[in-house]
Design a protein around this ligand. Structure first.
Ligand SMILES: Cc1ncc(COP(=O)(O)O)c(C=O)c1O
Length: 419
């Protein structure tokens, strides 16, 4: 290794986040449970990791469509029709399936247009700086997803004034927008459903404040897409009833179980985003076979069958939430398919995740920086394909966990929220 290369790695090792994560990886090599390698999937939501078969409660494929034969068949059809990749940026050319997927997506969503990006991360990192620049004001929810924050950093570097407000607090948003002063254009960027807590943002109240200050609302609804509202169209339509003042960003990778992200907006904004989003112009697109799979998923979401798939998911969310409640656990969210159980201490959070894994249940142990320091959680993700037996087994393991790891009760949650 060259000297400059050694120096680069040494410097990175000294950064506080690397030292923090290294510390836990070394201290708890067995409990750390990151970078897992999955050897086999199925049947159902079972998976094999390190020779152990565990029930997977850590998947974003909330509707279980990753296992739907129609979605798999569409993907295979797409490979035969279009090959494996677009071969160029969409600034030059898109396959017909792309135009169809965007038109169909917009029709389902109820927006005039939709623009597909290769992921939600690349949507936020491309679209936010495309929308906000010099003399503009961008106000972010303090807990908005990392990719929203990264997009805002680029917008800030381009000259936008960037401020944050206390999460989901309309009063704090009002204060931030007043503090920001006059702007060429203003935008408020929030998550629709928070990825680590499963909490739903109070969009109606936030939009009311945004409108009062002449600001547009930008909603990263990655976890609301396909799971919340009528036909799974997400938080914006559910809370606001229209998209008059909201740009919605959705995921094609989570409930959709395909690949990509999208912006739902007016035809005019789509045209402008295509001209101004660097991640759209300078990068490759969603591989065409996935566009066929996206069309197959839209077919399902638009059919009567969606109601029964969603009813299974909703029943599973209720069963998990009621069980956690009975166990006296401190649960964040509780109405969406992400149900996070507060543990607190980082070491305890890792040990708790390992405890469940050893009993046959995989949930994600989430610690700083994905959640605030000392607010580690077990992130439990419900799936339409979970059986009652699987859920009751997880609840049994959570009950046993209380004897092994100190678990805070709901009163701690109330203090945390009040703080
Ligand atoms: C709110 C939110 N935005 C963006 C992303 C990133 O999505 P992608 O994997 O498509 O980049 C996630 C992923 O978990 C998310 O929860």
């Amino acid at each position: 290794m060259s000297d400059p290369m050694r120096r680069l790695a040494d410097n990175l090792r000294r950064s506080s986040i690397v030292r923090f994560l290294d510390h836990f990886a070394r201290l708890f090599p067995d409990a750390h449970m990151k970078d897992l390698v999955v050897d086999e999937l199925g049947p159902g939501r079972l998976m094999s990791v390190g020779g152990r078969r565990v029930m997977n409660f850590g998947s974003d494929s909330f509707l279980g469509l990753d296992q739907d034969s129609r979605v798999v068949a569409a993907l295979e059809r797409g490979v035969r029709a279009w090959g494996t990749h677009n071969g160029a940026s969409r600034a030059f050319a898109s396959v017909r399936a792309n135009a169809e997927a965007e038109a169909r997506l917009a029709r389902w969503l109820g927006t005039e247009s939709a623009l597909i990006y290769p992921s939600v991360t690349l949507t936020n990192v491309g679209a936010i700086p495309a929308l906000m620049g010099r003399n503009d004001v961008l106000v972010l929810d303090a807990s908005a997803h990392n990719s929203v924050q990264e997009g805002a950093k680029i917008a800030g570097a381009n000259g936008a004034k960037v401020l944050t407000f206390a999460t989901s607090d309309p009063v704090a948003l009002d204060r931030a927008l007043r503090e920001a002063g006059p702007a060429r254009a203003a935008m408020v960027a929030v998550d629709g459903v928070f990825s680590m807590s499963g909490a739903v943002a109070p969009l109606a109240a936030l939009n009311e404040v945004a409108l009062r200050h002449g600001a547009v609302l930008y909603v990263d609804d990655a976890h609301g897409t396909g799971t919340l509202g009528s036909k799974g169209r997400g938080t914006v339509l559910e809370a606001l009833g229209n998209y008059d003042n909201a740009i919605v960003v959705g995921s094609l990778s989570k409930a959709f179980s395909c690949f990509g992200g999208f912006v739902g907006c007016s035809a005019e904004l789509k045209e402008l985003l295509k001209m101004k989003s660097s991640t759209f112009i300078f990068g490759g697109p969603v591989p065409p076979p996935y566009l066929e799979a996206i069309l197959a998923v839209l077919e399902i979401l638009d059919s009567d069958e969606y109601e029964s798939i969603h009813a299974r998911l909703a029943a599973n969310v209720r069963r998990i939430a009621a069980g956690m409640d009975r166990l006296g656990l401190a649960v964040l969210g509780g109405t969406q398919p992400i149900l996070s159980v507060l543990v607190g201490d980082e070491a305890d959070t890792l040990a708790a995740g390992r405890f469940l894994f050893d009993r046959g249940y995989y949930v994600q142990s989430v610690i700083f920086p994905a959640v605030p320091y000392h607010a580690g959680v077990l992130r439990v993700q419900a799936n339409a394909n979970h059986t009652d037996e699987a859920i009751d087994g997880l609840l049994g393991a959570l009950e046993a966990l209380g004897a092994a790891v100190p678990m805070p009760g709901p009163e701690v949650l109330a203090r945390l929220i009040a703080a």
